[in-house]
Design a protein around this ligand. Structure first.
Ligand code: FMN
Length: 330
């Protein structure tokens, strides 16, 4: 009787009602707490806005292909606004984001001074207090660093912590071909990723066709480098693998864990990679689904662009907060 069609139809209706309620609570939490406007000025919101712009500027500083000096005026202006909010609210003047924000401005000034490029326009968008060089030497937090291909040769014999600490998102590839078996080995290893009740709902769309990858990335809008990846992996999870409304976000969890496993595998194999977001509005989402023929049951979790390391690559420092800033002991 439990499995009779009418009983299951009632159960499904109830579950859909629960799903609607839970999705509504998701929306309520997100719309109440996300930093959707620059007037959202709680501590974490101000920090997020600073870090978002610090990251944009670090990427500009790291860029060697197609760099236009004087870049980033929008990010600089937004950073200035976020630093003002942080200062007005009296948040910690030694805090991680504050130091990152002030130091990225210094790195910007240094780079342009090194190239003798005029940045007088900054006086119109950055407050004098933020432009003045911070006194302490330890204001070197944000900026760039160099990754050498040579350092990656021993990756297969590094211990796990060395490997994890040495990984960086690499966006500028050498353009040399890569061995697809290495990518396959990374995927094979990533099958060991845990998933809810071992359901392994992930799917991977593998694109070696650079023209196709270029079209996908044009809709993704977060890559923007002339050298396209040798392999573009699109990671999705099928909602067919879930049984209950409380699992509605599980695809992003399982797919995210899986993607991280793949990234460590790629690093182990000595391949360069950058994770790319799938935060897509409807039109881009539909275009990518159509380009890759993605099944409608699947959520697109993220992309991984994979290529070969150049001899040297400049990358953002992407400094990290220490555990004591985010661990809450109860
Ligand atoms: C889910 C996800 C989406 C990302 N999306 C992008 C992206 O669209 N473009 C990009 O250049 N980097 C993207 N990144 C890379 C992050 O900027 C990078 O991982 C972060 O700054 C930390 O730097 P690291 O990976 O070098 O340690 C993404 C990372 C993740 C995890």
């Amino acid at each position: 009787m439990k499995y009779s069609r009418p009983k299951q139809a009632v159960k499904k209706m109830l579950q859909k009602g629960r799903l609607r309620y839970l999705a509504h609570t998701d929306i309520a939490r997100f719309s109440r707490y996300a930093a959707l406007s620059s007037f959202d000025d709680d501590y974490e919101q101000a920090v997020a806005r600073i870090m978002y712009n610090v990251h944009a500027l670090e990427k500009g500083l790291a860029r060697t292909a197609d760099r236009r000096l004087g870049f980033g005026s929008k990010a600089l202006s937004n950073l200035n606004g976020a630093l003002r909010v942080y200062r007005r609210k009296g948040y910690d003047p030694a805090g991680f984001a504050w130091v990152e924000g002030l130091s990225v401005i210094q790195r910007y000034l240094e780079l342009h001074a090194d190239h003798g490029h005029d940045v007088s326009f900054l006086a119109g968008i950055i407050d004098p207090e933020f432009l003045a060089p911070p006194a302490a030497d330890d204001f070197r937090a944000a900026g760039t660093k160099v990754i050498s291909r040579g350092d990656k040769l021993a990756n297969a014999s590094k211990n796990f912590y060395e490997l994890a600490q040495g990984r960086s998102a690499v966006r500028e590839f050498s353009g040399e071909p890569i061995d697809p078996d290495k990518v396959l080995r990374a995927l094979d290893n990533a099958t060991k990723t845990p998933s809810v009740c071992n359901r392994q709902g992930w799917r991977v769309y593998w694109t070696e066709d650079k023209a196709l990858a270029g079209q996908v990335l044009a809709h993704q809008r977060g890559f923007g480098y002339p050298e396209l990846p040798e392999v573009l992996l699109t990671i999705t999870v099928s909602n067919n693998t879930f049984l209950s409304p409380v699992e509605r976000n599980q695809g992003f969890v399982d797919g995210g864990l899986f993607a991280m496993s793949v990234m460590y595998g790629l690093e182990h194999e000595g391949l360069a990679a950058v994770p790319l977001n799938a935060c897509l509005y409807d039109r881009a989402q539909r275009a990518i689904r159509s380009l890759l023929d993605i099944d409608p049951s699947e959520v697109i979790v993220m992309f991984l662009a994979v290529g070969a390391f150049a001899d040297e690559t400049v990358v953002p420092v992407s400094d990290r907060r220490s555990p004591e800033t985010f661990v809450r002991r109860r």
